[in-house]
Each structure stands twice: as structure tokens, then as C-alpha cells.
Design a protein around this ligand. Structure first.
Ligand SMILES: Nc1ncnc2c1ncn2[C@@H]1O[C@H](COP(=O)(O)OP(=O)(O)OP(=O)(O)O)[C@@H](O)[C@H]1O
Ligand SMILES: [Zn+2]
Length: 805
């Protein structure tokens, strides 16, 4: 009997998007299992790639040419049965490569790195050995092939058999170990030894005493030396005398090891919260795959509903997953969950180091953590026996991944809920239209928290027309009314939060003489000024250059910054209110690890009067002393060419307004805008989500947009604009006859930002209510354009895109 493994190889192309068969060498026959990583030879030459075993089959014979697995990376599967099924579903539903989907489910360090190496052969001459290898067994190919001449020499040597090129797969994932100490003798023997040590050797006696209390336990050397007050030198002596043994013990890199987290107890719920918790817990207990929409105004105590529902799942011996948007931006939430569930909580987000992520992932895998809090990709956390999934701020667009696989965490959460037969709770004060419409139809079950806890009122909101303000006063970022309100809060020792909306907005450089705007050489977008690095940066491709002192176009010195950065606003405010203590939060001040949490703690403990920042301060903050919120520019995103512009503006304004007046003192909000009559702003003024929902649904109905239609965006890009455009027109002709007549195809059009990283982008949007041919057609499309794709054309498919830029 022989065994064959079906292996998904780490070569993300359309041709290789299927499993390949490999022999399992007889020595490993009982060891290799589906979900393990292996290294296999692939293609011609000495190429080695990593792959995932999808299945193992027994066969009586196999084709003699079948290549064999080179090595096995894991001792146990890293993708379990659920993850393997999810991989297949994710690949099909997002039109991505299976290998990319498999990798997406694991911490990034578990991806293989490849090294291209050069090694000598039997025929290597002494001269070449001297020139290239210097007696080493291998050298880095790229370090030597630096010039065209060097490359052609290497090719010649390779043809002559003097050198060999091969690829090495490097596993990057490492766990961390520290020195551990454990007794090498029994307690009786240690006591015996003690009698032989002279009484002056106090430290050695302390060591022997300490060892006797260990009870077979291993302590880290540091812990041991602290607990028994003996130095490392004394421990070494003990080792030499054979009293103790040093071992390597694995330790987890804990991102919150030094965080000071206060334990909390469940609060007594109000009636609305109690109803919500009862319904959710009933679904956990049943268990049922109900999807709930927990719609609760800002400050209504949604978090407490989540926590008590999680507690119910844990009490049943199940696990729970809680998703939050870009968690590194909401340290308060981590504290709340850790405060309630302590060590049972694992945290996964982009702010962790790769080692920390790897360790948190393994703690979950080993069932050492039963609750996971994390951002988008935490939806793949390897929790077994899932009893509840929560998605806080479900309307947030950061739940959708921009690169392949372009999945939405909500879809994955719903899939896992079916797999584990458990409920999902989607929570928000401003649900996405899609979710709210599904609740309207009864697909999701709506739970309402209409009031703030203890019936505190929502803050009152004043709209300030900045057109009038500009006519009456000199140019300033602060209206009279807002400034007076800020002063008033200073006198009353209350705090204020100011938001500068950065969406669709940037500070750029413009020449006052010729109107020249500094643009990215690779993209269709102006460069953004960054004062921290004193450079101009492109936010799309990362291009960076010096700030010009004279206009590159007309050489005038009248070149100026436009737009307002948070830094400039802070400066202006400090001039207007010299006594105010201000904390600024934006990408620049929060880049360092932990800086975000630190600034928030400072603000929370009253070390500042005013917190000024970008969108990152709009969500989740819960500070009782904040009684004033100001939005400096409400409408910068309203003009964006995207049908969700109003929805996003309404959501942002409602969220940020919700930061005010959350405790005893009531709150007030000032919204500065150039579009005071826009419906998104009018509904936000009255905290009227229902009104906004109804109005916006009408707009979507008229325009034929989601949630009335489903959408798929297809983009084609090429270095040559004409090629991209031509391919898109061909694609349109190809698509039309394959889709049902009721399906609408918009475009082709250049994308609103038509050039990114030197490539030209064209798009079409497919809108449909029911399209049975869609999956088949798009899969065929990817297969049929394989040849063109190898020639440089890139096709992207985005199911339910959230951005049309
Ligand atoms: N039953 C309760 N009794 C007393 N206080 C409560 C209760 N439930 C919640 N709270 C408190 O009310 C405040 C607001 O709750 P929370 O932050 O969960 O609101 P939220 O609904 O998540 O709001 P947002 O959407 O604005 O983030 C918190 O300080 C919380 O501790
Ligand atoms: Zn660019």
C-alpha cells in the first residue's frame, strides 16, 4: 500500500489553482495529515515550495514519475477540517486562489520565505570556488547576481555544471524559549546534600531549600532567582554539582503583559439590555444560527450585552469570538474584555509583533484561550466549539479586505455560524444599510437599545454654516460658537473632543502663481504633506519625495501648503486658547507601539482638556468628563464619487457625536459644514437613524444601488492605458451574452483614481438581483484571460465592493 497527498502549492496563479499529487515517503505514512504544511519539489529544476496537504489517499500503485514530498513542516495540522472547508468556500466566493485563502487564515510568519541559493557541484573549479564560494557550501544568488555581466556569467557556469541554483524554503515561525530550572534530585537527596554544605554558604543553602519546594515543577531561571533570592552564578554552581537541571521552556510573548487591567464584574442590566441578552443567550443555548442586529444608540451599553452573552457561552463550555474594527485603535475595548475574562482572552490585531500574533494564535489552537478579540482577520481565529460570534460596529468598512482575497469579515462570520451552529450578533448605533434592510425583512432578528443607559439624553447638536462664518470672520478652522463653547468647558474643567475629518481630504502643495499641484509620478493623485518626516508622500503607492521650496513648474517661490493637517489645527487652537492642554491623535502621533493607548489613558485621567484627532477618535471612546464634541469639517467626504458617501458621513457624525455627555453631565455637539442642508447632516443633527435609513433607502432604490442590487466590480489594469481600455471593452462584449438580460453592466470607465503605481485602471460594475450564471461566468473569465494575464494584464474581481475609488 502506498499513499498520495493532494497538495496546494504556494504558487498563486490561475494554472496552479488546484491540488497536485505527491508521494508520501513510506517513513511518514502515518504522520502526514490534511492541514499540515509540507515542502515539495515543484516545476523544473531544483525549485522547492511550501504547500498545504488537502487530503491523503491510499493507492495500490502510482505512476513512477510522481514526485515525493521533501519534508514535513508541522507535527500537527495547522488548518483543521473547518479551515480547509472555509478555504475552499472563500476561494470560490471571492474568486481568489486557494493558496492565498489558506495563507490568509494563518499568522503571517507561518508563510514560507524563499531563498534563491547557489552551491558548488562536483565540477566546480578551484578558480570559481575562490571567486564565488570561498569554501562555503552555499551563497545567496541575489547577492552575487547584481550586474548583467554577473548574471550571464552565472548562467554560463550553470550550463557548464560548475554551479547549481536551488531554492530553499525557510520557515520563519519561531517560538520563544527561556532558561528553566528544575530539581535534579529527590527532596530526600537534596536534604542529604544540605547536611554536607557548610553553614557559611548561605546562598547554596537557599538554593537547596528552594529546590526542595519545587514539587517537580519547572520555573524560569528569572522567576527562580527572584523567588529564592539566589544569583545566576549560584544556580550555575548548583547545575555543576548536579543538584538541578536547566531546561528550555517555552514562553508566550504576551502583548498585554505589562498592561494594567482592572478586573470587572457584570453590571446590573437595564430592561432593554436584559431583553437583548436573554434572546442571545437563548440562541446560544438552543443552539441556533440566528443572526441578530443589536441596534443601540451611542452609549446604550452594547458592550455589556456582548460581555454577558460571552459569559453565557463560556458557561456552556463553548468559545466566543468578538470582532472589533482596527482594534489597535480601540484599546478601551480590549481592556473591557480582558477585565471581564482575564487570561481566557487572546487578542489578535495588526498592532502586535509577528511573534506575539503567532503566540496568541497558538494559545487559541491549544484551547488555552476561549475568548478572542480581534480585528478583521481574527474572524479566522482557530477556535473550536464556537458558541457565539460578535461583530461590533458592523458597518465599519475596515471589515472588508482591500486585497485578495477580498472578503468581508461579516460573510465569514455567517459561514462559521452555520458550521458551528451558533448565533451571530451584529452591533452598531448606525448599521450598514444592507444589514438594517435584512433586519427589516426578518432575515436578521433586530434587538433595539433605544435609550442610553440610565436614560441619559443624547447630546444636542448645533450645525454651523461655515460659508456664513467665512464671510463674517477671517479664515479660521474654528467658528465663533465652537470657540466660545471650548472656552466654557475649560472654565468648567470639562473635556472636549475635536475631530478633523480626513476622509477624502489631504494637505497638498499648490503654487499660487501658476496653480501647479505636486502630484505622484506613479499615480493620479496629489502628494500629501507629512510634517513628521518632512516629506511629500503618495498614499497609494508609497512614493516619497522632498518638500519643494520653489515651484517645479514656474520656479516661483509662492508655493504654499493647502488643506489643514491636525498639526496645523492644533497650533491654531493653542494660539487661540493658550492655557488649554491639548492631546493630538493622528497617524503621526500614534505610530509607535502603544502610543495610542497611552494618549487615551492620559486623556482619560484628565491630563488634557482637549483631544484633537482624525476619525480614529470617533469610535468607542467612553470618557465620562467629555461634554463637548466639535467636528471641524463634516462634509469633506460628501463630494466623493461613491454612492455610500452620505451613509459614511452620517455614520461618522453620529458616532463622533456619541462621545459627548455619556455620564451625568449632558453633552453638546457642534458640526461645522459647508453643506448645512445636506440630508446626511440634517439627520445626524437629530440622531435620527431611522429617518436616515428610510430616506437613503429611497435614494438607493431610485439609483438602483445596494441593498436593492448586488454588485460586483471588475477591474483591468495595465501599464499601457490603451491595452487596459481595449481589454475592458472586449471583456464587456464577452460578458453580456453570458449574463441574464435583467442584469445591468455599467461601464467600462476609468476608475475615479485612474492611475495607481504606474498602472491604468478601468472598471465595470455588474448590478444584479439574481444572477445564476455569475459564479460560473466569472470563474471562466479568469481562466480564459490566463494568457493575457501572463502578458501583464491584471484582472481584479471584487464582490460587493465597498469603495468605488
Ligand atoms: N446596565 C448598566 N448599568 C450601568 N452602567 C452601564 C450599564 N451598561 C453599560 N453601562 C455603562 O455605560 C457606558 C456606555 O456603554 P458602552 O460603551 O457599552 O456603550 P455602546 O453602546 O457601546 O456605545 P458606543 O456605540 O457609543 O460605543 C459604559 O461606561 C458602561 O460601563
Ligand atoms: Zn503614488
Amino acid at each position: 500500500m502506498a499513499q498520495i497527498a493532494q497538495v496546494l502549492v504556494d504558487v498563486p496563479t490561475m494554472q496552479t489553482n488546484r491540488p497536485y499529487s505527491y508521494q508520501i515517503p513510506s517513513a511518514w505514512q502515518s504522520q502526514v495529515q490534511p492541514g499540515m504544511r509540507v515542502v515539495v519539489p515543484f516545476g523544473r529544476g531544483k525549485r522547492r515550495v511550501q504547500g498545504f496537504v488537502l487530503a491523503c489517499n491510499d493507492v495500490t500503485t502510482f505512476d513512477g514519475d510522481l514526485k515525493a514530498i521533501d519534508s514535513v513542516v508541522d507535527l500537527a495540522p495547522v488548518l483543521n477540517q473547518e479551515a480547509l472547508k472555509l478555504t475552499a468556500w472563500l476561494a470560490a466566493s471571492t474568486f481568489s486562489f486557494q493558496i492565498t485563502c489558506a495563507q490568509t487564515m494563518l499568522p503571517a510568519v507561518m508563510r514560507a520565505k524563499y531563498e534563491k541559493l547557489l552551491r558548488p557541484t562536483d565540477q566546480t573549479s578551484a578558480a570559481i570556488d575562490d571567486q564565488i564560494f570561498h569554501g562555503q557550501t552555499s551563497v545567496d544568488f541575489d547577492a552575487i547576481a547584481t550586474t548583467p555581466a554577473a548574471v550571464s556569467q552565472l548562467l554560463r557556469l550553470q550550463a557548464a555544471g560548475e554551479v547549481e541554483v536551488y531554492y530553499q524554503v525557510k520557515n520563519q515561525a519561531r517560538h520563544k524559549t527561556v532558561v528553566g530550572v528544575k530539581a535534579a534530585l529527590s527532596v530526600a537527596d537534596l536534604k542529604q546534600v544540605e547536611t554536607t554544605v557548610r553553614s557559611g554558604a548561605a546562598k547554596q543553602l537557599a538554593l537547596l531549600n528552594g529546590l526542595q519546594t519545587l514539587n517537580g515543577e519547572t520555573l524560569t531561571q528569572r522567576e527562580f532567582s527572584q523567588r529564592f533570592d539566589v544569583s545566576e552564578a549560584v544556580i550555575r554552581t548548583g547545575e555543576q554539582k548536579g543538584w538541578l537541571q536547566k531546561t528550555a521552556i517555552e514562553v508566550y510573548r504576551d502583548p498585554y503583559a505589562t498592561a494594567n487591567i482592572r478586573p470587572t464584574k457584570p453590571l446590573k442590566l437595564n430592561d432593554e439590555q436584559q431583553v437583548a441578552v436573554n434572546q442571545i443567550v437563548a440562541a446560544v443555548d438552543a443552539p441556533a444560527t440566528t443572526t441578530f442586529l443589536l441596534e443601540g444608540v451611542t452609549g446604550s451599553g452594547k458592550t455589556e450585552v456582548y460581555l454577558q452573552s460571552i459569559a453565557a457561552a463560556l458557561a456552556k463550555g463553548k468559545t466566543a469570538l468578538m470582532l472589533v474594527p482596527e482594534i489597535s485603535l480601540t484599546p478601551q475595548m480590549v481592556q473591557r474584555v480582558k477585565g471581564r475574562f482575564g487570561k481566557a482572552v487572546a487578542v489578535l490585531h495588526s498592532g502586535l509583533s509577528s511573534g506575539e500574533k503567532y503566540d496568541e494564535w497558538r494559545r487559541i489552537r491549544r484551547h488555552e484561550a476561549q475568548v478572542v478579540v480581534g480585528a478583521r482577520s481574527a474572524v479566522f481565529a482557530p477556535l473550536d466549539n464556537l458558541g457565539l460570534i460578535i461583530m461590533d460596529e458592523e458597518h465599519e468598512s475596515s471589515y472588508k479586505q482591500d486585497d485578495a482575497p477580498r472578503y468581508h469579515a461579516r460573510q465569514v462570520a455567517l459561514w462559521r455560524s452555520q458550521y458551528h451552529h451558533c448565533p451571530v450578533v451584529l452591533g452598531s448605533a448606525t448599521p450598514s444599510l444592507e444589514t438594517r434592510a435584512r433586519a427589516e425583512k426578518g432575515v436578521y432578528q433586530r434587538l433595539l437599545l433605544a435609550d442610553r443607559v440610565n436614560r441619559r439624553p443624547l447630546p444636542s447638536v448645533s450645525i454651523i454654516d461655515m460659508k456664513q462664518e467665512m464671510q463674517q470672520h477671517a479664515e479660521s478652522n474654528f467658528s465663533r460658537a465652537l470657540l466660545v463653547a471650548l472656552q466654557d468647558r475649560l472654565e468648567r474643567h470639562e473635556q472636549s473632543v475635536l475631530m478633523l475629518n480626513r476622509r477624502g481630504y489631504s494637505s497638498f502643495v499648490l503654487c499660487r502663481d501658476c496653480g501647479f499641484v505636486l502630484k505622484c509620478p506613479n499615480c493620479d493623485i496629489s502628494l500629501t504633506l507629512h510634517m513628521d518626516t518632512h516629506t511629500m508622500k503618495c498614499h497609494y503607492c508609497g512614493h516619497e519625495e522632498a518638500i519643494p521650496k520653489v515651484c517645479p513648474n514656474c520656479h516661483s517661490r509662492q508655493i504654499r501648503y493647502y488643506g489643514t493637517g491636525t498639526e496645523k489645527v492644533e497650533e491654531e487652537l493653542q494660539n487661540l486658547l493658550p492655557d488649554a492642554r491639548i492631546i493630538r491623535m493622528d497617524n503621526d502621533t500614534t505610530r509607535k507601539k502603544g502610543a495610542h493607548a497611552k494618549l487615551l489613558t492620559q486623556f482619560g485621567s484628565g491630563e488634557a482638556d482637549i483631544l484633537i484627532g482624525t476619525q480614529m477618535i470617533a469610535k468607542g471612546l467612553d470618557f465620562p468628563n467629555v461634554t463637548l464634541v466639535g467636528v471641524l469639517n463634516a462634509d469633506t467626504a460628501l463630494g466623493l464619487p461613491d454612492f455610500r458617501a452620505s451613509e459614511r458621513t452620517f455614520q461618522l457624525l453620529t458616532q463622533v457625536s456619541g462621545r459627548a455627555g455619556r455620564a451625568e453631565k449632558s453633552g453638546h455637539v457642534y458640526i461645522q459644514t459647508f453643506n448645512p442642508d445636506h440630508y446626511a447632516i440634517r439627520f445626524a443633527k437629530h440622531h435620527d437613524y431611522e429617518g436616515f435609513f428610510k430616506y437613503e433607502m429611497q435614494m438607493r432604490h431610485q439609483g438602483g444601488y445596494p441593498p436593492y442590487y448586488f454588485t460586483v466590480q471588475i477591474t483591468a489594469s495595465d501599464l499601457d492605458e490603451a491595452v487596459a481600455a481595449k481589454r475592458m471593452y472586449q471583456l464587456l462584449q464577452w460578458l453580456k451574452p453570458r449574463l441574464t438580460p435583467s442584469t445591468i453592466i455599467l461601464g467600462p470607465t476609468p476608475k475615479p483614481i485612474a492611475r495607481v503605481n504606474r498602472r491604468y485602471y478601468y472598471q465595470i460594475v455588474i448590478k444584479y438581483k439574481q444572477e445564476p450564471n455569475l459564479e460560473h461566468t466569472l470563474t471562466t473569465l479568469l481562466q480564459e484571460t490566463q494568457v493575457q494575464q501572463r502578458q501583464g494584464l491584471q484582472i481584479g474581481i471584487d464582490v460587493e465592493p465597498l469603495h468605488f475609488m
